[in-house]
Design a protein around this ligand. Sequence first.
Ligand code: SF4
Length: 547
Amino acid sequence: MQILEVNLKKHEVKVREAEKDEYHFIGGKGIGFSIFSKYLSSDILIFALGPLTGLKMSGMAKCAAVFKSPQTGLVAESSCGGFFGVELRRAGFTAVLIKGISNKPVILKIDNESAELLDARNLWGKDTFETEDEIKADFGKRYKVACIGQAGENLVKFACIEHAKGREFGRCGGGAVMGSMKLKAVAVKGDKDVESEITDYERYSELKEEFEEKIVKGLRGLTETGTPRMLPIVNEAGVLPTGYWRDGEFEAVEEIMDDLNKIHKRKRACYACRVACGKISKFNGNEVDGPEYETIFSFGSLCNIKDLNVIAEANLLCDRFGMDTISAGNVVAYYLNSTGRLGDGEIVPELLKKIAYRKGEGDRLAEGLKEFSSIHIKGLEIPGYDPRGLYGTAIGYAVCYRGGCHIKHVMHRPNLDGEVDRFRPDGQAELLVEVEDFYGFTDSMVICRFVTLPKGVLRQKEVAELYNVVTGSNFTKKDVMKKGREVINLSRKINELLGLSRKDDKLPEFFFREPLGKGNSEGRVVNKKDFEKMLEEYYRLRGWHEV
Ligand code: SF4
């Protein structure tokens, strides 16, 4: 397992073997956390891959980025699909560790196992699309690029790292980390045949055939409609955050779904993925990758904006400036609400520009909600599932190592499909621990969440089988969960070193106090006693003590 180590301060690069305490954690999030734990610093960025990354199979194209979040001050891991991770793996690396601050803007160029730092002053100030185009024109189209736009350069706290014009390391502010390190982009090209490294290729081929069939069948809805398919489901349950967290039902959902059908032009897939959940949309003469469910929630229902063109434009601007749409939409919704302009889409493009350039009121908003509102969790803006009608999500949000996040536990799923009663505390903590442990492992393998959803296609048994045939290991379902738990415990240990304690595992008081408005969860709050019960149970099951 090779790690590329890059020192931006000294402008040095070197290749080293992964150490035992690093590869013990498999790859991806696990190896990223393990490396990060040796530094705990703001000028560390790790891109990490898993043993399955780059296989010609659905869901195996993701790459993890690990860093200290400027939003939460805690360890963060964010993943991105597309082609970047696959290319890094082809170049021969399990991880790239970038440390220090450069004295001028640079690009990290990786061509197989050789790497160099190049002057990027000519790209500073350009958006992510221009940056990627110019790098490809210069280095060649084969290069895959992860870069920042103006938001990252200007240290907007929720700046993301953009790839392939619409794929992101989205959450937790990785773009601001790159900006602070003066790293404009990473461009990579690799020629290795990843599948030639598989230990038991014959058995892998059999498994692949079997699993692909199930994946394609099981995720047909995602292929057809993409993530917006969740909109009517969440709306019907009355937990679609609307009008800056006032209601749980948005009257324009049907209209938006109809409009989506009209603007969706073609599917988009990550490397070798037959699910192809991405959608390229055309609006007002522009093309955008999306909008995804979370973007429609954050710039649509949360802002009370019904016009899909406004949502699509906000999506495109966030992609170009390099900003996470969940956080940016929350910040815009806060602004519209506090100025009495909810529903006013006209000012959104200009507001996003002001945030990206930190101009006028945009400078304050670029700091994120933590600076001026209580509706965030550990400093991270909250995604599109209202915890007042989803108790599993409530406890999942509160304890998540990276703050207000749904994807590290997806507890809205078992809550919405009735596996556990969404209005009761019973069984939530137990299920949460189970899914977190499983995802501790799959995020270290860096497998796409969609193919590992609860009741989904690749579960413990299938993931263990794939791991074994690829690496020659002998993992059981139990080993998968044990390793995943080790990764979750490592994230906790790191966060405690960074100052986190049990008192930080909480929800905004707002959700205990203010009843949810219009919709099928009307009148609901998170009952504080129920919440404490879930938290107590979670800590007991984790074996964590109060700190
Ligand atoms: S399911 Fe979607 S996000 Fe996941 S790898 Fe496939 S195309 Fe990418």
